[in-house]
Design a protein around this ligand. Structure first.
Ligand code: GLN
Length: 536
C-alpha cells in the first residue's frame, strides 16, 4: 500500500502550507521516491473557476483542463508530479458527488450523513491519485478549528485508524516573535495542536513557521506541550526565495524523520541540481526590468505562475527580473512614454472583463512602435490582435465581443457562438491543446520544435474571418491548433521580439526547466536593455 502524509495548518492561513507540502515532495523525490500531491479545500464552490481572483488568487489549470487551487502550481514547480482533476477536491465537489448518488438511490434508503458517508467520499478521493506512487502528500486547506474543515479532519483521523503505520500527520503552525517582550511564543502552537488532539489527531511532525531559528529550549517546550518528539519539531524559517525551503527542511532532517516514521528505507538524498539552481538564482550577473500591464496589479496572488515563470526565464540567463505591476487603467490617463519608459520588456497577461482594456492596447502600440520586446498572454494576445487590426490594418473600432457587441470588426469573438453552441456555462476552452508552429518563427526558435502543446483557459478566440486580412496586413500567424483550426500564436516580424499566445505558458514553467517563451522574452528584453544603454 502507498503511504499517506497529511499536511494540516494551524493558527492562521497564509503560513505557506502549499509550499511546505511541495517542499516535502521535493525532498522525498530527492531520496528516490515516487510521490504525488493532492489538495482538499473546505469551501463549497465545486472548483475555484467561478471565484473572483480577489477571493481566491490564481486559478491554476492542469493538462486535463481542471481549474484548480494555486497550490497545485507549487506542486508541479517543486516536483515532477503532473496534477489532474483528481488532485484537487473541494467540499463542494465532494457534496456534489454525494448528492448525485443520493438522487440515484445508491444509498439504498439509508440516512446520508457526514459520518460515514461524507468521510467515506473524502477517503475514496485520497485513493484516486495513488497510481504507482510510493507516497501521497495530501494538503488539507483551511485552518484547524474551522467548522468547514471538520469532515476532512475526521476523514484523515479515520485513515489513521484503518491504515495506522502508513499514515503520517504533519502540522504547520506559527511561532511568532513578540517584539515588545523580545520572545518567541509557543502558545498559538500549543492551542492549535490541542484542537487537533481534541478531534483525535496527534501530529507526528510540527513545522514551526518563524522568523528566526528555534533553539533547543523552545523546541523542547513545544515538544512537551504537544506530545511531538523533540527531533520532529522543525524550524520553518522565513526565506526570500521559496525554492530554498526544501534545503532548509533537509538541514533539519525532515526527510529522514518522515521516512523513518513511515518505515521506508532512507536511500541517499540527491539535491545537487536543486542546490545549484537556488545558488544561481541568488547570484545574478545583471538585472532586467519588465512592465506587467494588467488589471489586478494590486493582487499579485492572481499571477503567481506568471511571476514565477518570469523569474525562471531570468534565471536561464542569470538575470534578476524586476517586475513592475502597472495598472492598465493608468495608461488611459498618462502617456505610455511616461509610464513605460523604464521597461526593457512589456507583458500583458491574461484577464477577464473590460476594465483597463484601452490602457493595455495603448501599451501594446507603444511596445510595437518603440520596438520594446512584447509578450501578450491570452487576453494580452487578443489585445495585440485588436491593436494590429486598428492601427495597421486600418480596421477602425476593431474589438473583441467580450468588450463590445457594437463593433464592425469582431477580431476576437466567442467561438461557440459562431459554431451555434448554446451558451450554457462551462464554455471555456480549458486544458491542453496542441499547436503547430511555422518554421522560422520566434516561437519555433524558442521551443526548438514544430509541435507543442500548452494549457488554455479562455472563452474567446481569434476570429478566422480576419486571419487572411490581418496576415495580408503583415501580422505573422505563427502557431495554429490543427484540430479546430484556431489561431494560437501571433508575431510581428519587423520587431526584435513581439509575440502573443492564446494559451498560458506560465503554467508549465519550472525553476529547473524554464519555459522557452519566457526564456526567449527575457533574453530579448535584456538585449534591448543593453542596446538602449549603448545608445544613451
Ligand atoms: N477574457 C478572455 C477570454 O475569455 C481572455 C481570458 C484569459 O486571458 N485567460 O477569452
Amino acid at each position: 500500500m502507498s503511504k499517506f502524509i497529511f499536511v494540516t495548518g494551524g493558527v492562521m492561513s497564509a503560513l505557506g502550507k502549499g509550499i511546505a507540502a511541495a517542499s516535502i515532495g521535493r525532498l522525498l523525490e530527492s531520496r528516490g521516491y515516487k510521490i504525488t500531491l493532492q489538495k482538499f479545500d473546505p469551501y463549497l464552490n465545486v472548483d475555484p473557476g467561478t471565484m473572483s481572483p480577489f477571493q481566491h488568487g490564481e486559478v491554476y489549470v492542469t493538462d486535463d483542463g481542471a481549474e484548480t487551487d494555486l497550490d497545485l502550481g507549487h506542486y508541479e514547480r517543486f516536483t515532477s508530479t503532473k496534477t489532474t482533476k483528481a488532485h484537487n477536491w473541494t467540499a463542494g465537489k465532494i457534496y456534489e458527488s454525494i448528492l448525485r448518488k443520493e438522487r440515484r438511490g445508491d444509498y439504498l434508503g439509508k440516512t446520508v450523513q457526514i459520518i460515514p458517508h461524507v468521510t467515506q467520499e473524502i477517503k475514496d478521493a485520497f485513493f484516486t491519485v495513488v497510481n504507482k506512487n510510493d507516497i501521497v502528500i495530501v494538503e488539507i486547506g483551511g485552518t484547524v478549528g474551522d467548522i468547514e474543515s471538520l469532515p476532512f479532519l475526521e476523514a484523515i483521523r479515520q485513515m489513521k485508524l484503518e491504515f495506522g503505520p502508513d499514515i503520517l500527520f504533519v502540522h504547520l503552525t506559527l511561532v511568532p516573535f513578540i517584539k515588545t517582550s523580545g520572545e518567541l511564543k509557543t502558545k498559538p502552537t500549543q492551542h492549535s495542536v490541542k484542537e487537533l488532539r481534541a478531534i483525535g489527531i496527534q501530529p507526528d511532525i510540527l513545522l514551526c513557521r518563524t522568523d528566526r531559528a528555534l533553539n533547543q529550549d523552545i523546541k523542547a517546550k513545544i515538544s512537551l506541550f504537544t506530545n511531538v518528539p523533540l527531533e520532529a519539531v522543525i524550524t520553518a524559517q522565513d526565506v526570500d526565495n521559496i525554492y530554498e525551503i526544501p534545503l532548509l527542511f533537509s538541514q533539519e532532517n525532515l526527510d529522514s524523520i518522515i521516512l523513518n516514521r513511515l518505515g521506508l528505507p532512507l536511500g541517499t538524498r540527491d539535491l545537487t541540481k536543486w542546490k545549484d539552481m537556488v545558488q544561481k538564482s541568488k547570484s545574478p550577473k545583471d538585472e532586467v526590468d519588465i512592465a506587467l500591464v494588467g488589471k489586478y496589479a494590486g493582487l499579485q496572488d492572481s499571477y503567481i505562475s506568471l511571476n514565477q515563470a518570469l523569474c525562471h526565464g531570468g534565471e536561464a540567463h542569470q538575470l534578476k527580473v524586476n517586475i513592475s505591476w502597472i495598472e492598465a487603467e493608468d495608461l488611459e490617463h498618462f502617456s505610455p512614454e511616461k509610464v513605460l519608459d523604464f521597461a526593457d520588456g512589456i507583458l500583458v497577461p491574461g484577464g477577464f472583463g473590460t476594465r483597463g482594456i484601452e490602457g493595455k492596447i495603448k501599451s501594446i502600440t507603444y511596445a510595437r512602435m518603440q520596438k520594446v520586446p512584447f509578450f501578450g498572454i491570452c487576453l494580452g494576445m487578443q489585445c495585440a490582435s485588436i491593436e494590429y487590426a486598428r492601427n495597421i490594418a486600418n480596421l477602425d473600432k476593431a474589438n473583441s465581443t467580450e468588450f463590445t457587441k457594437k463593433t464592425p470588426h469582431k477580431i476576437i469573438f466567442k467561438w461557440r457562438e459562431l459554431k451555434g453552441v448554446k451558451d450554457l456555462g462551462g464554455t471555456m476552452r480549458l486544458g491542453q491543446y496542441s499547436c503547430l508552429l511555422k518554421k522560422g518563427s520566434l516561437a519555433e526558435k524558442a521551443y526548438g520544435q514544430l509541435e507543442i502543446s500548452e494549457r488554455h483557459r479562455h472563452r474567446f478566440e481569434f476570429n478566422p474571418a480576419y486571419e487572411k486580412i490581418l496576415s495580408d496586413a503583415g501580422l505573422f500567424i505563427s502557431g495554429k491548433n490543427p484540430d479546430h483550426d484556431l489561431v494560437e500564436i501571433i508575431e510581428i516580424e519587423d520587431h526584435p521580439w513581439f509575440l502573443g499566445c492564446q494559451f498560458h505558458p506560465e503554467f508549465k514553467s519550472k525553476p529547473m526547466d524554464p519555459h522557452p517563451l519566457f526564456k526567449a522574452f527575457i533574453g530579448a528584453s535584456y538585449d534591448y536593455r543593453n542596446q538602449r544603454d549603448k545608445n544613451k
